[in-house]
Design a protein around this ligand. Sequence first.
Ligand code: ZN
Length: 265
Amino acid sequence: METVNGVIIREKQIGEQDKAIAVLTKEKGVIEALAKGAMKINSKLGSATQLFTYSKLCFNKNKDRYYLNSCEPINLFYNIRLEVDKFALACYFADIIHYTIQINEPCENVARLMMNTLYFLDNGKVSNETLKAIFEFRHICEIGLMPQLLCCRRCYRYSTDLGLNMYFDMKDSMLLCEDCYNRQHDGDTEEDEEDTSHMYKLSPQTVEILRYIALCDQKKLFHLKMSEKRERSVSFITEEYLETKLDVRFNALTFYRSLSHKIEE
Ligand SMILES: [Zn+2]
């Protein structure tokens, strides 16, 4: 028997009465398990196996398969299920986790990030768009895809103290300062013009925010404050970077965007 705490990131009815669940845990990454009888009306497994609930779960293991034996909810994150944009965002975060985290792979920082993000999504103390930017960018950094954000890859200037704009090269995960970018593209003729569709111009403030999300102590992550305009531009960049690196578009994100959160650049 194994007891762990975790967040339910998937639930799916199997047959008449059973449920398959996926749980994000610190110790074992994502655990997939069968909750027998969880769909019965008076099942003791019902509430603690609902999507996004943080629960204490006790599993039996048989030939590498997990079966849920008992469970109790610790935090239901009830408000997430009441508001459709919060729900859509939480589904998007769960999809990212499911896509990037292996079974049986310890992932303490990733699990803590997900739990904290759900906590603030539930209590509404941090805006949805800021939470989205924080989760996307910190998660991609936690799984080993952090870009080089410290200085220009050519001249090594740190930039923000000089008030310089930077170009974020998403393919190579590097920064290029505006001077070096202009020098590189000065005198480009149409034929030798380089494809710059993966280069995004960032203000010094946006660079600072990305550095903060990538590098600060997790305890301070959710202290981040941005204006509405800034959070839209940061969220645009973090979304593009995650999509470029994972090479996938999640349906839940398309759904979240369809709820009139269209990004204005
Ligand atoms: Zn430079």
